[in-house]
Design a protein. Structure first.
Length: 350
């Protein structure tokens, strides 16, 4: 149902570069392991970037935007018009991800995959229109197979642009009213979990709203039960254009050898799909932060890795991943710039 490229395996991290980096850590003027996870992070990044001195200077951020037909079921505290309005706000520099990208000196692009309201033209906005949002997945599949293929390809295209600009690191963000509902449905399908176990308030639903959201997801899972065993089919049935684009981006990053900082709840749902589609993709996915959304912990556990930050964030947009970039930069600076015992004339421990 999808293009063959999705099933190609991920590139392998370079064991020699990681080994050289680990040996270098052992020669730095500190007790072995004294910098804890910062050491581990630098060594892992060295292996992914195939160089003994890793870097996180050139960061590329793509935010994918799309609307969701399931929003008509009242699963969000905000109207769908907010999707296009927030894309315009991002382009103008007023959103959290815009401020973070500016502070980091990161490249920020916004990819409009299909919104109910029109997104004003802007140099930062790239149109890759598929449809004015997905279909209501309580009534049928969220997207046709051809639409899924377009969304996945839009993600891969963003990665190609990032690599063409020499990016050290890729961050995918999202904007779409209703997308925590879609992400929860995808996660339930992949983890064989009940909606009540993973559902959360999203943009700020009250208890009754969360209960309604769980019931909507339950209805959708029952409708599509026969197709949910395959991750790509699950994405088509209950996902969203922006979730599919993130999935395509993560697969492309893994195959092309570009490290990823995965954002929060919605992005992690896409990362789960990518890991199921592309053997070895998990190695390229650095999990940036633990979202305050209740279901995020189960998805993180399935991906098998700790997060870099736990700040109670739940905004999306790529904001949690962007917030973790300074930590990676500090890990690289310590690795690359600290003196060795020999350079400093300090006696090494036994």
């Amino acid at each position: 149902m999808t293009e063959d490229w999705l099933r190609a395996p991920a590139a392998l991290p370079d064991a020699d570069s990681a080994e050289l980096a680990a040996a270098h850590q052992g020669r730095l003027t500190k007790p072995a392991g004294a910098l804890g996870g910062l050491e581990t992070l630098a060594v892992r990044l060295a292996g992914l970037q195939r160089r003994s001195q890793p870097a996180a200077d050139r960061v590329w951020i793509t935010v994918f935007a799309a609307d969701h037909g399931v929003a008509a079921a009242g699963v969000s505290a905000f109207p769908q018009a907010v999707t296009a309005q927030m894309v315009a706000n991002m382009a103008a520099g007023g959103a959290a991800i815009s401020v973070l990208a500016q502070a980091l000196g990161a490249e920020l692009e916004l990819v409009n995959l299909g919104t109910v309201a029109e997104v004003p033209a802007h140099p930062r906005v790239r149109d890759a229109l598929i449809a004015p949002g997905t279909a209501d997945f309580t009534q049928g599949p969220a997207m046709a197979d051809a639409e899924l293929a377009e969304a996945l390809a839009a993600g891969a295209d963003a990665v190609a642009r990032a690599q063409a600009q020499g990016a050290d690191l890729f961050i995918g963000g999202e904007m779409g009213i209703g997308n925590t509902t879609a992400a929860t449905a995808v996660a339930c399908a992949l983890l064989d979990a009940r909606p009540a176990e993973l559902v959360g308030p999203g943009t700020g639903l009250d208890a009754a709203g969360v209960e309604r959201k769980a019931a909507v997801i339950e209805q959708a899972l029952a409708l599509h039960a026969g197709r949910l065993a395959d991750p790509a089919a699950a994405l088509a049935c209950v996902g969203g254009f922006e979730i599919a684009a993130l999935t395509g981006a993560y697969v492309a990053c893994a195959q092309r050898g570009l490290p990823v900082l995965v954002d929060g709840f919605i992005s992690t749902a896409a990362a789960l799909v990518a890991a199921r589609l592309c053997a070895g993709a998990e190695a390229w996915l650095l999990l940036s932060h633990r979202s305050a959304e209740p279901g995020h912990a189960a998805m993180l556990a399935a991906l098998g890795g700790p997060t870099l930050l736990d700040l109670g964030m739940r905004l999306g947009e790529g904001s949690g991943a962007a917030t973790a970039v300074p930590l990676l930069r500090l890990a690289c600076a310590l690795h690359n710039e600290m003196a060795t015992f020999a350079q400093a004339g300090v006696a090494a421990g036994r």
